[in-house]
Each structure stands twice: as structure tokens, then as C-alpha cells.
Design a protein around this ligand. Structure first.
Ligand code: NDP
Length: 474
């Protein structure tokens, strides 16, 4: 199904169409996005079917994935005009009093959005929409394993007759690499390894990139937690999308006072989940092999299966599995698994949980489970993670008014964050102009430098820059 695509040609077409899109202004762009949202809703079932067919995810999860970008359009369209309004910063000192500065937000002309197979549609659109609102042209390179929903959705942009600034590049990873050579901004979601390669190339080209990479999110269960809430929330946090989420709960630290009860209840809940209806097989055989390797290695090193543990390579099926007897020497606790395994570790207290949670090279998000929200916030402030959810999983992913930022090897720049979601695709442009016509003789900084002029200017600048008696020292 892969096509041979002339990547430089595609980017040149977008580059040619972009200035007119920018000139339209944010209100007209917002109108196009709203029409696009209507088209998406009118074509929901077709796109959701393509998404479910490509990924094998339960229809309910495919529908949620479809709805998030539609909701993002509604939210962003409401605010984009305000976010992009030009600013007029007040003069910083008397010397600039006669100047007016206007700061506008000009888009990077061509934005590349490169996305993985776990949320092909949601991630592609959620990164493309703010860039389009900013006035950029956007090309999406979806994962080659799951392109169909993305292709179907982006066709809609042409079908509504919108300006030709939103295209899809369907091809292998090498076409993503070719795109990185051409784009003015690269927004990438995927593995840390490929993310680092992209960052290196962007650094050489001096173009910015946003990276949303892997995670190894910790859940911390304190002794005072509502255990039923924690069990259900953590099971969903670990197993939604069969655990193939960057923000999946991938390790659980439980205070010893409640550890046996937590494991027992979590195992009962996870054991009752239905294959296919609640938890689907994995998307790719490569991913199956990686998850199974983590499971086999852990068992060989002494881990125990509290529930689950069965696998079927032909079906890419890993039964949701709760593991005990695990520790930080095991890949299942240290490396991103991206599958339905839940290692649970007993800790003496919150301090030990925080230290272990922070011992990871990843820092995407985390969760804290406690009846004492103040204590939860205090623990959040000690965690090295871009987001922390108290008594919930994945909550930050849907809260697009706030930034979703990966720390450490989980990323750089992330996504979302209200105004930042659009402004990150823009370069600020400052235009200064005189507030009133000034005769050129009054431009003290210009040539020719004269001894008296230089002295006067030096004194004025020092008086303005310094404070107290130092203002008047020469
Ligand atoms: P990759 O990072 O390999 O791929 C992500 C996207 O980048 C795909 O569209 C891929 O294309 C493309 N790509 C691959 N190589 C390059 C390159 N050199 N330059 C530009 N683009 C490139 O991730 P995978 O999807 O293979 O998943 C591997 C691992 O990454 C998972 O096991 C998981 O641990 C992690 N991951 C993390 C995600 C997150 O949300 N943080 C999401 C998905 C995966 P193609 O598909 O054609 O190879």
C-alpha cells in the first residue's frame, strides 16, 4: 500500500500554497476548521471503521480517539483569535518611550507531523489542527502500519474545498526521514530512538522540533487510597488501548500496608476483563514480540503472575497480566513495555515510591492515589514527570488547555497547552515604529559619533539602566 512519493515536490506545493492560507487570517482559518469538523462528524463511521480495522482496537476506543480532535477544533476555534492577537509590549524604558512595538505570530511555513500506530488518527489530527490554525501548511506522515484512517480523514480537507495546505504522506520510515529534510518544523510522536535521530537532524538544519516520546509512567498507591478507585483507575490506565499508550501506567508502587489487598483486588478486576470488548490484541507483531520478551525475561528472573500471562503470537494477543515479585533489574520495570503488563512493587512508604518512580530515564506522566489531595499535590511536586494525575489515569491527555510535556527522555516540547498549542508553531515577529515623526537629528544612536554626544548618551543610558546612587556615578 506504500506509495513512492516525491517528498521535496510535495513540500514545495505546500510551501507555495501556505502564504495565501496565512494571509486569510485567523478568523477565516477558524471557519475552515469548523467546516472540517462538520465533515469529520458526517463521515465518522467510515473513519472509525478504518481506524478499528487498522489497529484492531475496540470500537468504543476508536470512537473516543475520533472525537478528541473534533473537540479540540471546537475548543481551539473558540480561542484562536485571542491567542494570535498581536501584542504591544509597553516600552521597557524612557529611551524607547517614543517607539511602539507590535509583536505578531507568524507560522513556520511547512509543519511535518510524524505519528505512530497506537493512536494514528488522534495524534495526527491533534498535532495538525493547531498548526493549521497558526497559518502553517501541514503534511502528516502516519505510521506505515496504520495509515487508513489518517488518509480518509485528510481527504476530507480537499472535499470541503479548503485551500490545499493539508496533505498526507503515506510511506515508510525513510519517507519520514526525507520529510525531516524539508520541513520548517517537525512534530514527532514515537520512539525515543527515532525521536533523538530527528532532533539531531533538526539541530543540524536549525529547525525546531517537538518530540513526544516514550514513557514508563508510575502509579503510586498510598495507604489511605480508596482502593476500589485505585484498582479500577490503574487497570484502565495500564490496559486502555491494550497498554499501547505513551501515558500507560507501566509500574505500580504500593505502600506495604495495603499491598496484599491491592494486588488481590487488581487481579480480580483484571481477570474479569473481556478479550476484544475491553482489551484488544496488540497492533503489530513487532510489538507483541517486545511485550512477550519483557514478560518472559521477568518470569525467568523470578517474577510471579498474579493473573493473566497467556500469549498467542498468531493473534498478537497478550492476556492482561499482573506481575508481582518484580524489581528494577527487570526490563518490565525499567524499559517501555507498551503492552498489557502491570508490574506491582511493594514499597515501605511514599518516600521510597517517589525515589523509585524518579529513578527512570523517562518522565512523561505519573499518578498518585490518596484520599488526601493535599498530600497528593505535595508528592506530585517531588515527581520528575511532565504531568501528574491525582486519583485518575490519562486525565491530562484530555485536558488540552494544559500542556502535555514529557521530561527527560520522554520528549521535548510536547503538545497542547491552550495558547501554546498554536503559538509553538509560530515565530514571533517584532515590528517597531515611531509613535510620532521624529527628525533624524534626534536619533542619538546613529552616526556620526561625537565626543559630546557619546558622553550624553552614555550618561542617559546609565541613569536609565542603574538604580540608586549608581545612576549618577560616571
Ligand atoms: P517509531 O518511532 O519507529 O515510528 C514513529 C513514526 O516515525 C512512524 O510514522 C514511523 O514510520 C516514523 N519513522 C520511523 N523512522 C523514522 C525516521 N528515521 N525519520 C522520520 N520518521 C521515522 O515508533 P514505532 O511506531 O515503531 O514504535 C516503536 C516503539 O516506540 C514502541 O514500542 C513504543 O515503545 C514507542 N512508541 C511510543 C509512542 C508514544 O506515544 N510515545 C507511540 C508509539 C510508539 P513507519 O511506521 O513507516 O516506520
Amino acid at each position: 500500500m506504500n506509495q513512492v512519493v516525491d517528498v521535496p515536490g510535495l513540500v514545495s506545493e505546500l510551501r507555495a500554497a501556505q502564504p495565501e492560507w496565512e494571509r486569510l487570517g485567523v478568523e477565516a482559518r477558524t471557519r475552515w476548521l469548523r467546516r472540517y469538523a462538520e465533515w469529520l462528524l458526517d463521515n465518522q463511521e467510515r473513519i472509525v471503521a478504518a481506524l478499528a480495522a487498522d489497529t484492531g482496537k475496540p470500537t468504543v476506543e476508536a470512537r473516543i480517539e475520533f472525537t478528541v480532535p473534533v473537540d479540540l477544533i471546537k475548543y481551539s476555534a473558540r480561542h484562536a483569535r485571542g491567542w494570535l492577537r498581536p501584542g504591544h509590549p509597553a516600552p521597557p524604558n524612557l529611551l524607547n518611550a517614543m517607539k511602539q512595538a507590535t509583536v505578531t505570530h507568524r507560522p513556520y511555513p511547512v509543519v511535518a507531523v510524524i505519528t505512530p500506530w497506537n493512536f494514528p488518527l488522534g495524534l495526527s489530527l491533534c498535532d495538525a489542527i493547531p498548526a493549521l490554525l497558526a497559518g502553517a501548511a501541514v503534511v502528516v506522515k502516519p505510521a506505515s502500519a496504520t495509515p487508513r484512517s489518517v488518509i480518509a480523514a485528510i481527504q476530507g480537507w480537499a472535499e470541503i474545498g479548503a485551500p490545499p495546505v493539508f496533505r498526507v504522506l503515506h510511506g515508510p520510515g525513510s519517507s519520514g526521514a526525507a520529510l525531516v529534510e524539508q520541513a520548517d518544523f517537525v512534530q514527532f510522536t514515537g520512539s525515543t530512538e527515532v525521536g533523538i535521530r530527528i532532533a539531531e537532524r533538526c539541530a543540524q538544519r536549525l529547525v525546531p522540533c517537538g518530540l513526544e516520546l516514550g514513557g514508563k509512567d508510575a502509579a503510586i498507591v498510598l495507604a489511605d487510597a480508596d482502593l476500589d478507585l485505585a484498582v479500577r483507575g490503574i487497570a484502565w490506565g495500564a490496559l486502555a488501548n491494550a497498554g499501547q499508550m505513551c501515558t500507560s501506567v507501566e509500574r505500580v508502587y504500593v505502600e506495604s500496608a495495603v499491598y496484599p489487598r491491592f494486588v488481590e483486588r487488581l487481579s480480580a478486576h483484571v481477570g474479569a476483563l473481556r478479550r476484544g470488548a475491553d482489551v484488544a490484541p496488540l497492533v503489530t507483531t513487532d510489538q507483541f514480540d517486545l511485550v512477550r520478551a519483557h514478560l518472559v525475561d521477568a518470569l525467568a528472573a523470578g517474577a510471579r503472575v498474579a493473573v493473566g500471562g497467556n500469549t498467542d503470537r498468531d493473534a498478537k494477543w497478550v492476556q492482561p497480566t499482573v506481575l508481582t515479585g518484580v524489581d528494577h533489574t527487570m526490563a518490565v520495570v525499567c524499559e517501555e513495555t507498551f503492552g498489557p503488563l502491570i508490574p506491582v512493587i511493594e514499597v515501605a512508604d511514599a518516600d521510597e515510591a517517589v525515589a523509585l518512580a524518579n529513578s527512570s530515564r523517562f518522565g512523561l506522566s505519573a499518578s498518585v492515589w490518596t484520599r488526601d489531595t493535599r498530600r497528593g499535590r505535595a508528592i506530585a511536586a517531588r515527581l520528575d514527570a511532565g504531568s501528574v494525575n491525582i486519583n485518575d489515569s490519562h486525565a491530562n491527555v484530555f485536558f488540552f488547555a494544559a500542556p502535555m510535556d514529557g521530561w527527560k527522555q520522554s520528549g521535548l516540547g510536547g503538545r497542547f497547552g491552550g495558547a501554546d498549542s498554536v503559538l509553538r508553531y509560530c515565530r514571533p515577529q517584532t515590528v517597531t515604529a515611531p509613535r510620532a515623526p521624529i527628525p533624524y537629528q534626534r536619533y542619538l544612536l546613529w552616526f556620526p559619533y561625537t565626543p559630546s554626544g557619546t558622553v550624553v548618551l552614555g550618561r542617559i543610558m546609565r541613569a536609565l539602566a542603574a538604580t540608586g546612587r549608581r545612576r549618577w556615578g560616571w
